[in-house]
Design a protein around this ligand. Structure first.
Ligand code: SF4
Length: 363
């Protein structure tokens, strides 16, 4: 049995099935998610008889690091080889790969993780879309993307870890696996990352937003808006034809925010497409009925796609229109551009690796 990704209850049941007391499941849970053990042989908090038996009964599978790309800004992009799944064996390209980006900064590190290999959503400005959906990740594969960089960088970890679900894939289209992983990530007895420091970003999958609203323990929510009207959004985010702006914003209006929480809207600035003063005024009108919102303006990161960057002047003028009309707006420059680790650049690209001792999609 694969242990990584299992909840405490599942591990208790596993121990009972071995004829062991249920509380041993709690000890394995601690070893997996606090001790970051990557092999059953490393689990040292169990009695000798169980430690001898465990390798025949269970495995812990971390992905392999296929390539490491270190950015000049300190970010590191890891290309991870996933364990072979049954479906992978049938695919010509073999087992799936996925990307995770580690971004250190003063007092904290931010890890950007993927929730699917590739993505089916087809946002026109995002390189990941060109991969199509390869497959959903399992809870263990999602968790491993947090555990592995924390372990690789353990000598330099800052006290706070931020997590963003903004890598490859649409998290709300892999809802059950994402929530199973998040319950462990947010559990004070496991990875213990605060919900205030975990952000799930969606392209606007309304049924997923409604399901997330019902979860007792959940991350913060960010909506990838990127357009100021339906016509524009239809052309750059075809998902908008299924979940148009009026319905999306109605779901946002109903979304239950906690007292400390903002609903974040992300807006990728595409030169000449969605960055005019008129676009900014329309965004203000779109968000007028929502409480506690903020807007992150994300300069588009170049890739081989038919777009160009907005000028710094247009971005600042856009931001000022929002702020002057009472909508908090910030410009967020992505990190790791030079190693294709920035927003919208995660497409398994092989560029010349540099030594790393130690790097998000666009939504
Ligand atoms: Fe998928 Fe996100 Fe890229 Fe859109 S921006 S194609 S949802 S990975």
């Amino acid at each position: 049995m694969e242990l990584l990704g299992k909840s405490k209850n599942e591990l208790r049941d596993f121990c009972i099935s071995l004829g062991e007391p249920a509380y041993r499941g709690g000890q394995i849970y601690h070893a997996l998610y606090v001790g970051r053990k990557s092999s059953v042989r490393e689990i040292s908090n169990l009695p000798a008889s169980l430690r001898e038996r465990l390798p025949a009964e269970a495995t812990i599978t971390w992905p392999t690091v296929r390539q490491t790309y270190a950015s000049q800004d300190g970010s590191v992009r890891y290309l991870l080889g996933l364990p072979d799944s049954g479906a992978d064996a049938k695919r010509k390209s073999g087992p799936a790969s996925v990307e995770v980006v580690f971004m250190p900064s003063t007092g904290r590190q931010t890890i950007c993780i993927s929730t699917q290999a590739g993505c089916a959503v087809d946002c026109q400005f995002c390189l990941t879309a060109q991969l199509g959906l390869i497959r959903n990740l399992t809870p263990g594969e999602i968790l491993a993307q947090v555990l592995l960089p924390l372990e690789l960088h353990k000598a330099q970890l800052a006290p706070q870890t931020n997590l963003v679900l903004m890598g490859q894939g649409e998290p709300l289209l892999n809802f059950d696996a994402v929530m199973a992983a998040l319950r462990i990530i947010l559990d004070p007895e496991a990875l213990a990352i605060s919900p205030k420091h975990v952000t799930l970003s969606t392209s606007g999958i309304i049924p997923g937003i409604e399901r997330l609203a019902q979860e007792k323990i959940r991350p913060k929510l960010a909506i990838s808006l990127n357009a100021s009207n339906d016509e524009q959004r239809d052309s750059i985010m075809p998902i908008n034809r299924k979940y148009p702006l009026a319905a999306l914003l109605a779901a946002c209006q109903k979304y239950p925010l906690r007292p400390w929480e903002h609903l974040t809207f992300e807006y990728v600035m595409l030169g000449g497409v969605n960055d005019s003063a008129e676009d900014a005024r329309r965004v203000v009108r779109l968000l007028a009925n929502l409480k506690s919102v903020k807007v992150n303006l994300i300069p588009w990161n170049p890739g081989e796609l038919p777009y160009h960057e907005s000028s710094p002047e247009s971005i600042e003028a856009f931001r000022k229109i929002l702020v002057d009309r009472g909508v908090p707006a910030f410009v967020r420059y992505s990190r790791g551009r030079d190693v294709m680790a920035a927003c919208g650049q995660l497409a398994l690209l092989n560029i010349a690796p540099v030594n790393a001792n130690g790097a998000a999609t666009q939504h």
